[in-house]
Structures are given as C-alpha cells and as structure tokens.
Design a protein around this ligand. Structure first.
Ligand code: ADP
Length: 164
C-alpha cells in the first residue's frame, strides 16, 4: 500500500529545520506533499507563490516530494490528495501544546487521518521563520539557517516591510 503524507505549514520562508523534516519524512512515506497554507494569525513576508516556488526549488532533489498551495482545512486537503497522514515537526515543549491541540482537532474532524511527528534535529530546534525574519531585519547573517536559494529573496524583501 502506497502511503502519502502531507506536511503543512506557512514556510515564510522555508528554512533548514523545515528541510530536515522534509528530507527525513520523505524516507518514511512513499510520497510527501508539502502543502503551503495561509495562517490567518501571521502576515507573511513572502507571497504564497514565492513560498511555493522557493519550496519547489529546494525540494527538487527529492524524487517523491511535491509542493502545492492550499486553502481551507488541512484535513480536507489531505483527503483531496489521497493522503492518510499529516507530518509535523516538533521543536520544543512550547510547540507541544499547540501541536497537541491541532492534532486532536484534526483527529475529531477526520479520524482516518493520523498526525505523525518528527522531532526537530538539535541543531535546528531553535529555528523558526519568525526568528529568522527578526535576524534579517537587523542585518544578521542567515547563511547558517536558510537554503542558499532563500537568502537573496529574503535580503531583497527585508527592509521593505516589517512582516513577522
Ligand atoms: P505553521 O504556521 O503551520 O506553524 P511553520 O512554517 O512555522 O508553519 O511550520 C511548519 C511545520 O514545521 C510545523 O510542524 C512546525 O512545527 C515545523 N517546524 C518549524 N520549524 C522547525 C524546525 N526548526 N525544526 C523542525 N520542524 C520545524
């Protein structure tokens, strides 16, 4: 049986912590769909098209990963693409409460879809897109946190907006 998982997120921008989850997740599942969504609590720095294009570029080396934008409920998107699992990354105990709530809500909405968590690698467990945008706003070096393809896009954007 072929197993398809969906890794949802805002990815504003995709960073090395996300990429690590994608690289490990695509070994666990036959097919991994990275689903780029709209989080109403965040005002993104990159447009949805920019985030999708960047993710497609940095995941092109993985044979079983595709990237798609999505709107609406994640569980509906998972069903629509024939998936059975949602993949999430867990960084710290502070992620746990939010992720626990989300996975329970998703389980209630669709009991056939499981949420699978991969622990963040220690070197990436402090990384978040919001932190990276703050570092960028103050001219910090993002070379150790972002894939090369993201660096110039972020540098071009920062300064023109105060998005977090
Ligand atoms: P969202 O707005 O849905 O939280 P994010 O882009 O912030 O979207 O995160 C998408 C997913 O990646 C979430 O499961 C999040 O926990 C995970 N994630 C974020 N940062 C890291 C990291 N440094 N290491 C591992 N997983 C991460």
């Amino acid at each position: 049986m072929s197993r398809t998982a969906v890794y949802t997120g805002t990815f504003d921008p995709v960073h090395l912590g996300h990429l690590d989850i994608i690289e490990r997740g695509c070994k666990v599942f036959d097919r991994l769909i990275v689903a780029v969504g709209i989080n109403p609590d965040k005002s993104p720095l990159l447009t949805i098209d920019e985030r999708v294009a960047l993710l497609r570029e940095v995941t092109a080396r993985f044979g079983n990963v595709t990237v798609e934008p999505f709107t609406g409920l994640a569980v509906h998107f998972v069903k629509q693409v024939g998936g059975t699992c949602m993949l999430r990354g867990l960084r710290t105990t502070s992620d746990l409460e939010y992720e626990f709530t989300m996975s329970l809500a998703n389980m209630t909405l669709d009991p056939e879809i499981e949420t699978v968590f991969l622990m963040a690698k220690d070197i990436y467990s402090h990384l978040s897109s919001s932190l990276l945008k703050q570092i960028a706003a103050f001219g910090g070096d993002l070379g150790k946190f972002l894939p090369e393809q993201a660096l110039s896009i972020i540098k071009g954007k920062v300064g023109s907006t105060g998005a977090r």
